[in-house]
Design a protein around this ligand. Structure first.
Ligand code: NAP
Length: 476
């Protein structure tokens, strides 16, 4: 960790002894070791946060706003170090990591302001002796579990609205990427956010932490970002204490190119959407559908661009695609390619085998709709393409999945744009855009991609209760 300019970032968390070891996916070198908490310690954290929340909630929203703005500023002042940490532990190219830091910070600034606008309402009463109103109050202690693919932004996208609303916040990052999580928490403390209001924990196992977060009755809100498989289980655990939940789960985004699309623009969008973080994001385009008339043109232009992408160490400025997160992830991806090829799919770009944890970008055509590569979440730099003729048949294939997170399509026809956007069963639709996430718009899925929204005004509501107050016995 000697690369960091600000040595205070991890000074209090790196230990020499036994703990959670963190490795660099580029070369599997050991980056550092962080302490792990047992269940009893995490239960104590929750109780501390329950006390801390009461005082935090009493602070005027404007004061919480000032703490959050200071945190935002410190993150930007330390953006190079944070980006370096993201690249080291998650592998994504440095330029993308810097983008994540700024994206992650933008939620803190946004919710610092939104917290000041947590308006209630007055309700016209049917009788003159009563006044009816609603007030917004913090839910209480909020707990979260986040994945490795956005080691910083998934934390701030949950933590910032929680703190702005007046909740306290405890979070478990992925054991693969805790360094960024602890560094960003240290900056929150430096900004003055109290330690009994914000905590980051790594447990002896994810399962142990999940149990405390979901079963503990003092945790009133649970927010999860990760796979549908794990989310389903955690949501069931939350039922035992009727917790409020937000579930940001897996996706299987279709990317559709209609025959009236601007093909150059669609190719650009496809590259941006598919290969971000080596294809390891929940909103990455997963499967591509291209209409007959533009099929050959799209593939020719796409392959020309894909073969220019450089795979390598994320710290190298020219790298477009870094390593995938683990050896197991690489094996799963190579198996998916083999399975599709075994059923007639053909690779149309350069076929390159890479050593280490790298997977070369792979464009496959003649893929069958029912193959695992189309039906499941790929989470890697593989781009399967299916040809289609009619819009109706296309919409049916796009919706034929348990997922409903993001979908993309390219068309220049205004009627088609409205129609298709309406008919896609997804929480987010990008029209002539391959990258659509922003702090000002609601991010979230439908179907088994989850529930709840992050970002935008909706993101704050996830951490607020609406209390109805009826004042009776009045004279008017
Ligand atoms: P994952 O296996 O579900 O893990 C996500 C988080 O859950 C990690 O912190 C993990 O801990 C923890 N976890 C795993 N098993 C657990 C259990 N039994 N109890 C409690 N916690 C448990 O998913 P992943 O492979 O890390 O992340 C990729 C997935 O996240 C993809 O499906 C992707 O689509 C989804 N994702 C969704 C969004 C969204 O906004 N919708 C955004 C990003 C990613 P450890 O890592 O420490 O084991």
């Amino acid at each position: 960790m000697e690369q960091l300019k600000n040595q205070t970032l991890l000074a209090s968390v790196l230990i020499d002894g036994k703990g959670q070891q963190v490795f660099n996916p580029f070369d599997n070198s050991l980056l550092g070791t962080v302490a792990m908490s047992c269940q009893a310690k995490i239960e104590q954290d929750v109780l501390d946060l329950e006390i801390g929340q009461k005082a935090w909630q009493k602070k005027p929203a404007a004061e919480r706003c000032r703490f959050l703005k200071k945190w935002h500023q410190l993150i930007l002042e330390n953006e190079d170090d944070l980006a370096m940490l993201i690249t080291l532990e998650c592998g994504k190219p440095l330029k993308e990591a810097l983008g994540e830091v700024r994206y992650g910070a933008s939620f803190i600034e946004w919710f610092a302001e939104e917290g000041r606008r947590a308006y209630g309402s007055t309700i016209p009463s049917a009788t003159n002796d009563r006044t009816l109103l609603t007030v917004k109050q913090a839910v209480g202690v909020a707990a979260a579990i986040t994945p490795w693919n956005f080691p910083l932004a998934m934390i701030t996208r949950k933590g910032a609205p929680a703190l702005a609303a007046g909740c306290s916040f405890i979070c478990k990052p992925s054991e693969l990427t805790p360094l960024t999580a602890f560094a960003v928490t240290e900056l929150a403390y430096q900004a003055g956010i109290p330690k009994d209001v914000l905590r980051m924990v790594v447990g002896e196992s994810a399962h142990d932490v999940g149990e405390v977060f979901t079963y503990h009755s003092s945790v009133r809100k649970f927010s999860f970002t990760g796979s549908t498989l794990v989310g389903r289980k955690l949501q069931m655990q939350c039922a035992s204490t009727i917790k409020r939940t937000s579930m940001e789960l897996g996706g299987n985004a279709p990317f559709i190119v209609f025959d009236d699309a601007d093909i150059d623009h669609a190719v650009k969008g496809a590259i941006a959407s598919k290969f971000r973080n080596a294809g390891q994001t929940c909103v990455c385009a997963n499967r591509f559908y291209v209409q007959d008339a533009v099929y050959d043109e799209f593939i020719d232009k796409l392959v020309a661009e894909v073969d220019k992408l450089k795979v390598g160490n994320g710290l190298d400025e020219s790298t477009d695609i870094g390593p995938v997160i683990t050896k197991e992830a690489k094996k799963r991806l190579l198996d998916l390619i083999e399975e599709a090829k075994g059923r007639g799919a053909k690779q149309v770009n350069k076929d390159v085998q890479l050593e280490g944890q790298f997977v070369a970008p792979t464009v496959l055509v003649d893929v069958e709709h029912d193959r695992p590569i189309v039906q499941g979440e790929i989470f890697g730099p593989i781009l399967p393409i299916i040809r289609f003729e009619h819009e109706d048949e296309m919409i049916a294939m796009a919706n034929d999945t348990i997922y409903g997170l993001a979908a993309y399509f390219y068309s220049q026809d205004m009627n088609r744009i409205w129609r298709v956007a309406h008919n896609l069963e997804y929480g987010m639709v990008g029209v002539n855009e391959g990258v659509i996430s922003t702090e000002v718009a609601p991010f979230g899925g439908v179907k088994q991609s989850g529930n709840g929204k992050e970002g935008a005004k909706e993101g704050l509501e996830e951490y607020l209760e609406t209390k109805y107050v009826c004042i009776g016995g009045l004279e008017r």
